[in-house]
Design a protein. Sequence first.
Length: 192
Amino acid sequence: MNKEQLKIIQQSKLRGEWAESVFIARATENGLPVSQPLGDSRSFDCVVGQPGKFVAVQVKCTMAKLQSGKGYVCTVKSNNKRYRAGSFDFLAAYVIPEDAWYIVPARAVGRRASICLCSPESRFEEYREAWHLLREAAELSPETEPGAEETPTSESVENSPTPALRRMEAAMNFFQRHLERGGDPGKRNDDM
């Protein structure tokens, strides 16, 4: 994401819906099966997993810098009220200006109304881009993750593409492996 050309969606509900779509895309790029319930009356926005083991994910986004300038504050509330215990399994918080996702277990969020992200002092830094936590919680095998069998070389690290290009490459690798296993991109999973 080019920070200098960042266009912000001003309406918060629309921005939240956009963040949910970005989460779905990013989770899929990471080889995670993700679904979204119809409507917005649930205490979670998406589920990750497959029959027998789903985890509920609440998606939030932020662009609100802390007064100190050393991080961002992400509100963890709905209609100005804190979520009740058990409302979701994971918080997926997207820091828009940094293009960074935090995959935080609900137990780590606790009853907080907000959390601090993208700050060296934040206790949540260990959850930055922690997509593996969703994979483990949903008991998914690592071989479905795009690029799992690939090992980066020193040459590929030096010529590292932008995050968006890396995501596109991971998605292409995922679909190529899917097709090699006999998958038909025109068929839905329930048609197979």
